[in-house]
Design a protein around this ligand. Structure first.
Ligand code: PAF
Length: 292
């Protein structure tokens, strides 16, 4: 039953079908292991590896999935260009002690006639949802499917995609999925740029500019925690991006940390997060930080 798994040079089994995935996960659980899942779209970097490490802190066995999910890309977005290098990704996963790579073909996720969408209202609607109206339904649908397929005890997602993390938490709660959704901190480059597979699209000059976004967010979070009015802090952050030469700003806003509700007027009163999406050249980048 399990012999269909391919082995990488680092002995990481690569599983491509549901029956084998379930057999392996159920086998681990029968041995008394807690099972973690790290869903990804591949093009792995240190940020993803930190999610595997986080899963390994509380799960004896960790599977990662790689599936570039077509339904979360709108027409004209970078689905076709999205970087794909499975053998490199498998080596990286093995190097941090991942136990299995689930890399399903499209038909294992979206079989002929697939007609179901998981849509999470409320937290999906604004920020990313306003600019990418079909994105979170694609994310929620594929994550629901992966969680149902893999049956993990916990699944780890990066805070880099903070709104996505809240959407997935809401979805898992609403559907009574028996899984703990864990958020893990954003991993950053030396200049503070949040690690992202899309950073690979940046030219040298764009990369320098992209590295400034986190400074503006940090200054904004600092101003808010010092009691500056929300609208004032947002306007100052927008102006700071402009002064740096970042002209295309989808949003830079402070929102409630639990549900992304709009804040103000006046200073921040409860747990808050600053979130931004900008375009540098042709690359769209998002980032966020907690307001302490
Ligand atoms: O964050 C990602 O890489 C993707 O949105 C996810 C969660 C793997 C769903 O395709």
């Amino acid at each position: 039953m399990l012999d269909a798994a391919l082995m990488t040079p680092f002995q990481l089994p690569i599983v491509r079908n549901l029956a084998e995935l379930r057999a392996r996960v159920r086998g681990w659980r029968a041995e008394g292991e807690r099972v973690g899942l790290v869903p990804t779209m591949g093009a792995l970097h240190e940020g993803h590896l930190s999610l595997v490490r986080r899963a390994k802190e509380t799960a004896g066995r960790v599977a990662a999935s790689i599936f570039v999910n077509p339904t979360q890309f709108a027409p004209g977005e970078d689905f076709a260009a999205y970087p794909r290098d499975e053998s490199r990704d498998a080596e990286l996963l093995a190097s941090v002690g991942c136990d299995l790579l689930y890399a399903p073909p499209t038909e294992a996720i979206y079989p002929e006639g697939f007609a179901t969408t998981v849509a999470v209202s409320g937290v999906s609607a604004e920020l990313e949802g306003a600019h990418r109206p079909t994105h979170f339904a694609g994310v929620a649908t594929v994550v629901a499917k992966l969680l149902i397929q893999a049956e993990p005890d916990l699944a780890v997602f990066g805070e880099k995609d903070y709104q996505q993390l809240l959407v997935i938490r809401r979805m898992a709660r609403d559907l009574d999925l028996p899984v703990e959704i864990v958020g893990a901190p954003t991993v950053r480059e030396q200049d503070g740029l949040a690690r992202s597979s899309r950073n690979a699209y940046l030219s040298e000059d764009e990369r320098v500019l992209a590295g400034r976004l986190n400074l503006v967010l940090a200054a904004m979070a600092g101003a808010l925690s010092a009691g500056v009015d929300v609208a004032e802090a947002e306007a100052a952050a927008r102006q700071a991006l402009k002064d740096i030469g970042i002209e295309e700003v989808d949003y830079i806003e402070a929102r409630g940390a639990e549900d992304l509700r709009p804040l103000g007027p006046g200073p921040v009163q409860a747990a808050a997060r600053v979130l931004a999406a900008i375009r540098v050249g042709k690359t769209r980048l998002i980032d966020n930080m907690a307001v302490d």
